[in-house]
Design a protein around this ligand. Structure first.
Ligand code: HEM
Length: 239
């Protein structure tokens, strides 16, 4: 689901006015997906490495075999995706529209990305998501779609050439998804100075310092009409 337009959700807190970029439903969906994917990656890699007979830490914690945990959480992810596309259809459509957008200046944004990632001085873009996020969105949707589709096929098949193909597809998509998740964690960790503070958009109450939000998504965070203490926070990485 898409971020909430920041202009409508600003708050006053001691002279700084953070923006709530992602609403509660979006943050909850993101949190549930992240938790589900983490469990599926952990149990999936565990099974793939041939340790099915030995219970993993997760398996010992919930006292269920890894295969059962993997299947149940897999189905939970299917339900979650279904909810996002039905109850959250408006957000889902905005997500698709904003992910598919292409503007003049996007190429410039990519060319300047290394400078932006290191200094926080990104080139301007006009989207709700920056051009890099749009690519990440596509990679996540496709790899998750493939891993979910092949996983559902595995639960309904038992042996045969299609099963063998699905196992291969499920494995390849897992490798791709793992790479994307690691890349995503690297960006949101704030290790790259330009992205410092971005994690706040999806964690806890979702409040991002206004300067951080403006640096990353200038269009969706309009100029503040006048900060309460008359001093806007400087637009430098570090939120
Ligand atoms: C983030 C999503 C997922 C990841 C990363 C993932 C990863 C994996 C991996 C690596 C394996 C081991 C393959 C092997 O043993 O060679 C596996 C097995 C399996 N997965 Fe997934 N999976 C995901 C989602 C799902 C979903 C959504 C379902 C179904 C609803 C599912 C159903 C299964 C089944 C049935 C197996 C075979 C388990 C067995 O009987 O040994 N997976 N998964």
């Amino acid at each position: 689901m898409p971020p909430t337009p920041a202009a409508t959700t600003t708050e006053r807190t001691g002279g700084r006015r953070p923006v709530v970029r992602d609403n509660l439903a979006t943050r909850a969906l993101h949190g549930a997906t992240a938790l589900g994917v983490a469990v599926l990656l952990a149990t999936g890699w565990w099974l793939w490495s041939g340790r099915e007979g030995r219970p993993s830490v997760i398996s010992r914690l919930v006292d269920e075999p890894d295969v059962e945990i993997h299947r149940s959480v897999g189905w939970a992810l299917v339900v979650l995706a279904g909810l996002a596309m039905t109850l959250g259809v408006r957000g889902a459509l905005t997500f698709v529209r904003e992910t598919a957008r292409v503007d003049r200046g996007d190429l410039r944004w990519f060319r300047r990305w290394p400078v932006g990632a290191l200094t926080g001085r990104f080139a301007r873009h006009e989207g709700l998501f920056d051009p890099g996020q749009r690519i990440a969105n596509v990679l996540f949707v496709v790899s998750l779609g493939v891993v979910i589709g092949s996983g559902v096929a595995l639960t309904t098949l038992s042996g045969g050439p299609t099963f063998a193909t699905m196992v291969r597809v499920h494995r390849y998509a897992t490798v791709a998804l793992t790479v994307f998740v690691v890349g995503h964690l690297l960006v949101v960790s704030g290790l790259l100075p330009g992205y410092r503070g971005v994690w706040r958009a999806m964690v806890g109450r979702g409040r991002v310092p206004r300067a951080t939000a403006r640096r990353l998504w200038p269009r969706s965070v309009p100029d503040e009409p006048g900060p309460p203490d008359g001093a806007a926070p400087p637009d430098t990485p570090g939120g």
